[in-house]
Design a protein around this ligand. Structure first.
Ligand code: UD1
Ligand code: CA
Length: 457
């Protein structure tokens, strides 16, 4: 039986963002803002989560997937109306309902738990989260009575000068007694703007002699509501700082947190070292003792233990342990780099697998290639993988030695231990252990015989 549920309001247009993208899908530390809210609720142990969608509903629902139930609010008549709609998806067995905003993404899980405790154990009808802001503009103000309980919340547009002077704001997050909420959410009068404000419930409860408890957030900055892109950047910085500090406490060196960006889902092993001007995004996993940067970008990739990525870009690829990459290399999506490989300078690799100990040096391109172990790719080597309409694969066996400036016209297979001469243009498969030279490349014995007969003439 579910006793507690959460309703997350995310149906509003977010006009102040001036964006085509629904506000709650704007990314924060690499993930849609609303995912942070849902994660935090999950971390607080609240398993039943309902998101109220409306503006851009299809997009928001697609992004949510199965992480929450959703309820459509159409038209969007205000936050009280949104809660009324959300309650339709909350089981009758639920006795405590947390309501929070999809655009308040930094609230830690323990604040939800505290609200729940204050409401449930303090026998309050509502527990409301407040914060003292240096700049309270844009938020509703909490008005308290002499006994410290909340009397009402006044929206900025409705507030007189005395109320506006108060610095205690409504963070937009509450825990309600479910039964009282079901009975009263429809009783809210329309505001001057014609919207139904959820904040009216505070006065409704307090006015009928019920207890409205207030939890003052210990860190006001974490209650920030994202109404425009300036607030989005403020939240981004706060979240990045938290992420960097979490990794540092876990034993990761971040040389210069101010120039390092690490997405929320990234995992980093102990004793890894993140050098300045580095971006690690998506659900990348960095192994212990790896060194990333300076000037590296790792997107949705795995980097093995002790590997080094210096001034290079790695996208959607997996790099094993003890690999050295860069400077100035680009691994495009779909690469698997085996242990001990050396890649760079100016190497580009796409959709390719490199076996253990393989080396690719100096301005060279491998695309759609499968390389064995201990292969040497000479400077300037290129796989000609595209014939103008289709892509073809190149296969290179263990221990092959590809000479500088070799062109490999795919589809093609170079056998284990085979060699190509400098400047070879290889258009036919090369058998294991054979050496080919020239343009087009031919077995070296044939070439020697050919030149001798020419000399004889
Ligand atoms: C709201 C509060 C304000 C509080 C602030 C905290 C109200 C009336 N005001 O103001 O007291 O200080 O949050 O950040 O509640 N939404 C819907 N359906 C609607 C309207 C809005 O789902 O019909 C959603 C929005 O998508 C948004 C959230 O509710 O995620 C808050 O709406 P918003 O317009 O941003 O309210 P604020 O003006 O910030
Ligand atoms: Ca808001």
């Amino acid at each position: 039986m579910v006793a507690t549920a959460a309703i997350v309001l995310a149906a509003g247009q977010g006009t102040r963002m001036r964006s085509r993208l629904p506000k709650v899908l704007h990314p924060l530390a690499g993930r849609p803002m609303i995912e942070h809210v849902l994660d935090s609720l999950a971390a607080a142990g609240i398993e039943h989560r309902v998101v109220v969608t409306g503006h851009g509903g299809e997009l928001v629902e697609a992004a949510l997937g199965s992480s929450a139930a959703n309820a459509r609010q159409d038209p969007q008549l205000g936050t009280a109306d949104a809660v009324r709609v959300g309650l339709g998806r909350v089981p009758r067995s639920v006795r405590h309902v947390i309501v929070t905003m999809g655009d308040v993404p930094l609230l830690p899980a323990d604040l939800f738990q505290r609200l729940l405790r204050e409401q449930a154990e303090g026998e309050a009808t509502i527990a409301l989260l407040s914060a003292r802001m240096n700049d309270p503009s844009g938020y509703g103000r909490v008005v308290r009575g002499d006994d410290g309980r909340a009397l009402r919340v006044v929206e900025e547009s409705d507030a007189d000068a005395a109320t506006l002077a108060g610095d205690e704001v409504n963070a937009g997050t509450y825990c309600f007694d479910a039964e009282w909420l079901r009975a009263n959410v429809g009783q809210v009068p329309a505001s001057a703007s014609g919207e139904y404000y959820l904040t009216e419930l505070v006065e409704l409860a307090a006015g009928s002699g019920r207890r409205v408890a207030v939890v003052l957030a210990p860190r006001a900055e974490l209650t920030i509501g994202i109404n425009d892109r300036v607030a989005l950047a403020v939240a981004e910085r706060l979240m990045r700082t938290e992420i960097a500090e979490r990794h540092m406490r876990n034993g990761v060196t971040i040389v210069d947190p101010d120039t390092t960006r690490i997405d929320a889902a990234v995992e980093i092993g102990a004793d890894a070292r993140i050098e300045p001007w580095t971006i690690i995004s998506g659900s990348s996993v960095i192994g212990p003792q790896a060194v990333i940067g300076p000037n590296a970008e790792i997107r949705a990739s795995g980097i093995g233990a002790r590997s080094v990525v210096w001034a290079s870009v790695v996208e959607e690829s997996s790099v094993a342990e003890d690999v050295e990459i860069g400077p100035y290399s680009h691994l495009r999506p779909g690469c698997q780099i085996g242990p001990g490989c050396r890649i760079g300078n100016y190497a580009e690799i796409k959709q390719s697998a490199l076996g253990a100990g393989t080396q690719q040096h100096h301005f060279s391109y491998l695309g759609d290639a499968d390389l064995g172990e201990q292969v040497n790719i000479g400077a300037g080597t290129v796989t000609a993988n595209f014939d103008g309409s289709q892509k073809h694969r190149t296969v290179i066996g263990d221990g092959a030695f590809i000479g500088v400036d070799t062109m490999l016209r795919a589809p093609i297979t170079i056998g284990p231990g085979a060699r190509t001469g400098a400047g070879a243009v290889v258009t036919r498969d090369v058998a294991a252990g054979k050496t080919v030279v020239g343009m087009p490349a031919r077995p070296i014995e044939a070439r020697r015989r050919g030149s001798r007969s020419q000399d004889d003439a």
